[in-house]
Design a protein around this ligand. Sequence first.
Ligand code: SAM
Length: 273
Amino acid sequence: MSATEERSYVLGTEDAELVRLGNQHQTWVQACYDLFARAGLRTGDRVLDLGCGPGFTTMELARLVGPTGSVVAIDQSQRFLDHLAAVARHAGTTWARPLAAQLEHVDLPPASFDAAYSRWLFCWLTDAEPALANTVRALRPGGALLLHEYLHWGSMRLVPECPAFARAVQGCMASWPASGATIDFAMQVPSIAERHGLRIEHFAPIARLGAVGSLEWRWLTEFFANYLPKLVDRELLTGPEVDAALTSLRERTTRGLGYCYTPTVAAVVLRKP
Ligand SMILES: C[S@@+](CC[C@H](N)C(=O)[O-])C[C@H]1O[C@@H](n2cnc3c(N)ncnc32)[C@H](O)[C@@H]1O
């Protein structure tokens, strides 16, 4: 990929998305460590971070595996990887290496990694199979594929219920297939395991209820503020529908009342025999 070519994805790679991903990471970092521990990640491991974005999880993995290990962080966005490279340079984690590539095309050494982690990459791919095959080939026997992917994105709602917000969720749901995404990618875990000869070691839902002021609330409001305006251009929501949804979120935030029920995420560990 040339230095000037920027491959974006449906949510974009501009500054607002980079900041949003950082806050999103804060919301989910505990779930990362739970999954890393469950899969037995340890000092010295050689790990892949697939679709690493700006590298927030890459840095967690780098601290976990330490200088005797390594993290190869793959993303198609040079802009995101530049951010990671700068952060890793400041932190002195020379064993965290950004790699600009599309996962389905990258040439990884076979059977060389102890684990591969991915959060919300596979759901955006039109055809995840080549990327999965590439990943499984790169794992050593006994290595693990760790995923955080949506199991039921549409479970998201406000509590108490809010029709304007429910309409916005519908608009988002219509947008995913239109952009080639399979948002509830985790629904495919059993068939992926079967096709790729992996053992399902862990497969469990994570559902959360976040009060106004919580990390979950911020996660949700930042996502909607960034994404809903894009749906007006794509004629999946009208301007007034977007205004109504964002106004209802702002009102609840101001009043300090209410909860969001977050999209249901799956935590997954698939083991290569
Ligand atoms: C929702 S972001 C998640 C980023 C990161 N995993 C996180 O949780 O903060 C999805 C990322 O996948 C990257 N991506 C999309 N398609 C890709 C592909 N085919 N190969 C590599 N990266 C890809 C995007 O550039 C973006 O950084």
